[in-house]
Ligand binder design. Sequence first.
Ligand code: ARG
Length: 256
Amino acid sequence: MFKFVILLSVVACAFGAAIPEGLLPQLDGRIVGGTATTISSFPWQISLQRNGGHSCGGSVFRSNIIVTAAHCLQSVSASSLQVRAGSSYWNSGGVVFKVASFRNHEGYNAKTMVNDIAVIRLSGNLGMSSTIRTIGLASNAPANGAAASVSGWGTQSSGSSSIPTQLQFVNVKIVGQAQCASSSYSYGSQIRSTMICASAPGKDSCQGDSGGPLVSGGVLVGVVSWGYGCAASNYPGVYADVAVLRNWVNNAANSV
Ligand code: ARG
């Protein structure tokens, strides 16, 4: 049942199409504790859109390269995708680019969620401005307890069927890989070496935030990946660990 619910929460992440209500996890229903913000505060944030609807977040890594989650790009073709950058609203403003190609991590596994990272090449170059900026990749995993923030247009409570139009963020604290897998939390061995966690009471990323940025110390330390519900106690948000996956991202960005 446990695994089953996690799988569903991972599947229920695309907002372009209607979400089958019965398939959504109804685990705690708490508000995820975000605050509305503007893109100037998170200028690396983009909305990845499938058939015109928001489906996932992502981060501007180079003027034509986006980093996102591999689970956001399963069974999709580049031609159905677009990226909106430079706007606080997922459905208006900024600029919209077509996706030229993408590459999922070859080691991504949908059952275990290891290596949940991907890169996208845009059809053109984003112009840098106060609302569009690249973010660097962490070279070392942030310390347990480090301050971090995560942003996105995902749901504001677990199981919600609607998303906010304005960008939201929350401040959270890093839970290191070893701590996250320890008995202090409830995931145990589901937390693998390519994952890092983050949490704060009543605050978390949620469905629709996937692929988006977890930032600490001004660099990208995590990519929103999965979790048991959202903001559930003992279950931090789980992120792809960018420091661990950094070499893959650098190589993939050159070849995508
Ligand atoms: N899988 C979700 C998505 O695709 C992200 C879930 C994050 N969950 C969490 N508790 N932080 O949008």
